[in-house]
Design a binder for this molecule. Sequence first.
Ligand code: KG4
Ligand code: ZN
Length: 371
Amino acid sequence: MALILGIETSCDETAAAVVRDGRRALSNVIASQHELHRVYGGVVPEIASRAHLERIDPTIGRALEAAGVGMNDLDAVAVGHQPGLIGSLLVGVSAAKALAWSLGRPLIGVDHVRAHLYAGFMGPADHAGDDPPLDPLERAGDDSPFPALGLVVSGGHTSMYAMRGPTEMTRLGRTIDDAVGEAYDKAAVILGLPYPGGPHLDRLAAGSDADADRFPLPRSLLSPTSLDFSFSGLKTAMLYRVRGTPRGRGDRAEFPRTAQDLSDADRRDLAAAFQRAAIGVLRTKLERAIDHMSERGDRPRSLILGGGVSANSLLRAEALGLGRRHGMAVRLPPMDLCMDNAAMIAGLAHEHLRRGMVSDLRLAAVATTTM
Ligand code: KG4
Ligand code: ZN
């Protein structure tokens, strides 16, 4: 049995979790900073790193206490060391190094984006019963979940991966401008919804029963074979749909109306139109990626989603539909492991530990991803 403490500070959540055998989160503590960034409508890096400094020790303490384990029970200390905001990452990496060194336990640096994909193999953190019974990662041959197609969709990332294992993957495509979660958050601001707006927009859209073509919005697919994404055009189209065509450009643009001038039904239908366009693009790109992998003799056996937007109701339904149509198993993270959390960091670290992939005290915080 391996008990791993995970630490995650890459963006605006200070998180710590204790995970048993890579599968079961015994605790999953997330100290969110949303209230600090809300007035700015986005994450302010300097505020984030300062808040991580204040919160990291108590968050680790709470994670150990909630798991009912002491520091000395830990077998390793894991940290998300890339990618993210550099000042934020440094806080988690420094805390993990200090703990690993003082306890004499291995330090394991984990890629945040890969960890999002691992979350689909974990049981929900709030589940109190037996450990998740399946261990698909250990299954071989026809029962193996790999090769798999992975999609990470969050506030900072929109990328697809051809996965040969939980730690082995190559990127097939990524966004060339906004991440889909970022587009959701901006569309939500345009609609006058609270920050971060993705979940609010998802709920608002669910109330719409309008015709799909009431508010047509563009779906940018780039070239006919491209596996990359682009969401900035959708965001701008949403702005003009909601607020009307502006007079003047840039900071001096004057819009004829605000979201408050629209009826509740219009706001609901616009949210649904945005949701259909954004998730429709993801579905089309997933279909292209399935074809792309199949043509190369790597037909995906499973579809794995990760990141905050994998909590989206329409995306989850579309993923299950794709799984049925293409005969793929679909692995969706439990709802409490979609957003940034440390359980996924400790979970993936277990796979690293099994492979002897441990770090040393030179582990660096890196703003970009190496994949
Ligand atoms: O993974 P995450 O916590 O942070 C990053 O690594 O970026 O993802 C946060 C993002 C936010 O943009 C949030 O609005 C979005 O995930 N999100 C959603 C939903 N729940 C969270 N977007 C659409 N629908 C949702 N239900
Ligand atoms: Zn994330």
